[in-house]
Design a binder for this molecule. Structure first.
Ligand code: GUN
Length: 301
């Protein structure tokens, strides 16, 4: 395997986290202790792993974490009450509501209840709208992580043709908005696209976010394309459980100039950008609370 084409997401995430750690130290010296509240309803095994990792990374970065593990039968009213309490708590800077939610909770209602300034997932419509207008708002973590990997791999993205496969609110749509903000020409392909493969073969950059194991092989890719694989699919193979992406890595590797592996590609970047967003939220809240002269010295990288 030509491993030099593999983009090392773990190393990239470690660089982001190191910077976050340094920012947290400087903020603490200034009397600001960034804090992240994580809410998990129910016992979905994958969500439990994600939440545990988020709490661990927060601790490593020096960010205070508050964990709210609630039963799957928690009422929507109780959840909205908790979010309201956290919105009003000045010691809490970021609120993350782990998805998916139990079926009886209206996802949009719950996400819209989070104060936009504490919405470290960037899912509130105010942040979604701000991103689509190209404003500097809290931005969804996975697409932000993908952008960092792309900028590390390609440098300036201006003028490149990017194809995003998938149109979810969490990845596909914000990804397209970020690529547009970086001056790419963007095509979004999805389940109703006519000849998605032909469209994808035109791409300099491919972002695969469909959730279908190894759906994209070399026949989808232009020679020299840069591929970011957002898929995390658990499959059984040769009697073993393993994680694979939406891209067939063995098939794609000879065709591409760079590609993220699964695991070890995009995954670590999502958590690193959650920490970065928490610090950004803490700084913005401190700016809003302090007088202009006090706030001038607050900045992060
Ligand atoms: N579930 C899967 N991905 C995410 C994410 O990025 N944020 C939240 N809150 N839940 C998720």
């Amino acid at each position: 395997m030509n491993t030099c084409k593999l983009i090392d997401g773990k190393a990239a995430a470690a660089r982001v986290l190191k910077q976050v750690q340094a920012d947290v130290l400087r903020l603490k010296a200034d009397g600001i202790e960034p804090a992240l509240a994580v809410i998990l309803l129910g016992e979905d095994p994958a969500s439990q792993v994600y939440v545990r990792n988020k709490i661990l990374r927060a601790e490593e970065a020096g960010i205070r974490s508050l964990e709210y593990r609630l039963g799957a039968d928690t009422s929507q009213g109780r959840l909205l009450e908790l979010i309201s309490t956290l919105n009003n708590d000045r010691a809490v800077n970021g609120i993350l509501l782990q998805l998916p939610l139990p079926a009886h909770i209206e996802e949009t209602r719950a996400l819209q209840a989070i104060a936009p300034g504490k919405d470290v997932d960037g899912f509130h419509s105010e942040n979604v709208g701000g991103l689509s207008q190209g404003r500097n708002v809290l931005t969804p973590c996975t697409p932000s992580g993908c952008m960092q990997l792309l900028e590390d791999a390609c440098g300036d993205l201006s003028g490149k043709h990017a194809v995003v496969i998938g149109r979810s609110n969490i990845v596909g749509k914000p990804m397209a908005a970020l690529l547009l903000k970086a001056h790419c020409s963007v095509t979004v392909v999805h389940s109703r696209s006519v000849d998605a493969k032909a469209l994808c073969r035109l791409a300099d950059i491919v972002i695969a976010a469909v959730g279908r194991p190894r759906m994209i092989d070399a026949s989808w890719l232009k020679p020299g394309a840069v591929v970011i694989d957002v898929g995390i699919n658990r499959i059984q193979e040769h009697g073993r459980s393993r994680l694979v992406g939406d891209v067939d890595l063995d098939s794609a590797l000879p065709q591409v100039s760079a590609i993220t592996p699964v695991p070890g590609g995009v995954g670590p970047m999502t958590i690193a950008f959650l920490m970065k967003n928490t610090v950004t939220a803490a700084v913005q809240q401190a700016h809003a609370q302090r007088s202009p002269s006090e706030a001038t010295c607050l900045s992060i990288s």
